[in-house]
Design a protein around this ligand. Structure first.
Ligand code: TPP
Ligand code: MG
Length: 328
């Protein structure tokens, strides 16, 4: 695994800032009533998504839950088409019919966001089974929340991936809460990687690898850890990895957040992934400040252009809305 060079690091910085600004703008549009349904922000978790997705090769697959904007942006989906999807426009990545929780792009092998907690895990196992069956060199990265690890689908999917030695990286984004419930109140094991132990020790060494607990606020640590996990999945089979991260906003818009203190949020905010990476870059490269400032400005302009594109886009027609619903 080659160490990322300066341009790669700057690109990761750009991606993290893009996710942050894109979502801040989405929150405003939601409050103006221009985005409907639910809106779950990824703010605070950017380093996990950007570092993990950067480790994927073009032929690999990625799938996640409803907190999916950051993964979509990191996988390189078109910013205009993503914003258009948020606004339910015909030019959106899912034709305006999915919205925030159902971003996807088949060409980029991003199989989407899913609203049923744990519901996409069997799909991830299925994609991995297809790759294995066809002897294709492809790995599936399946992201999920800590809450999803208490769901039956989690255990069924982990079990099958171990039995069939599927090329899948199960990545738990432990942001410490599932809605308003802390991990300690909902999960028997609070070190979530330990749940892989139940599927680790099959005959002939077959089974799930108990992966590392990664610093999910450090994009480089995420890239390194997931790169190794992908190599493991390619050559040996499934692995469960945990990212320790934090959601800085509410579960979704309008969450009064009575389950945690302002001080706790402020503490994590001060050690947030973007500021931390910015400081790292400033320490590592002399005179990079102006480069970072211009990236910040370019991203702001890009997001504003995407909002304009989305607002000027047509709504889906009646025919659009009634297509892909029933088989003719
Ligand atoms: C099967 C199912 N049960 C309950 C819900 C309601 N629900 C939506 S999100 C959520 C919390 C999930 O938490 P976690 O997996 O940690 O993801 P996070 O929101 O923290 O990213 C719950 C219980 C649901 N969508 N699906
Ligand atoms: Mg969670």
């Amino acid at each position: 695994m080659a160490a990322p060079n300066k341009e790669t690091l700057l690109d990761w910085y750009r991606q993290m800032v893009l996710i942050r600004r894109f979502e801040e703008r989405c929150a405003e549009l939601y409050q103006q009533g221009l985005i409907g349904g639910f809106l779950h922000l990824y703010i605070g978790q950017e380093a996990t998504g950007v570092g993990a997705v950067a480790a994927l090769r073009e032929q690999d697959h990625v799938i996640t839950a409803y907190r999916d904007h950051g993964i979509a942006l990191a996988r390189g989906l078109d910013v205009n088409a993503l914003m258009a999807e948020m606004l339910g426009k015909a030019t959106g990545v899912s034709g305006g019919k999915g919205g925030s929780m159902h971003l996807a792009n088949r060409d980029l092998r991003f199989w989407g966001g899913y609203g049923i907690v744990g519901g996409h895990l069997p799909l991830a196992a299925g994609i991995a089974l297809k790759a294995k069956y066809n002897e294709e060199d492809e790995v599936v990265l399946c992201l999920m929340g800590d809450g999803a690890t208490n769901i039956g689908y989690f255990h069924e999917s982990l079990n099958l991936s171990a039995v069939w030695e599927l090329p899948v990286v199960w990545l738990v984004e432990n942001n410490q809460y599932g809605m308003g419930t802390s991990v300690a109140r909902a999960s028997g094991a609070t070190e979530i990687v330990q749940k892989a132990m139940a599927y680790c020790c099959g005959p002939d060494g077959r089974g799930m690898a108990v992966g590392p607990r990664l610093d999910g606020m450090d994009v480089i640590a995420m890239y390194d850890g997931i790169s190794e996990a992908i190599e493991h999945a390619r050559t040996k089979g499934p692995i469960l990895v945990e990212s320790l991260t934090y959601r800085l906003e509410g579960h979704s818009m309008g969450d009064p957040q009575r389950y945690r203190t302002k001080e706790e949020v402020e503490e994590f905010s001060a050690a947030g992934p973007i500021g931390r990476f910015r400081n790292h870059l400033i320490e590592k490269y002399k005179n990079i400040g102006s480069r970072l400032d211009s990236i910040d400005q370019e991203v702001l302009d890009e997001v504003e252009a995407a909002v304009e594109f989305a607002q000027n886009s047509p709504d889906p027609t009646f025919e659009d809305l009634t297509s892909h619903v029933y088989v003719d």
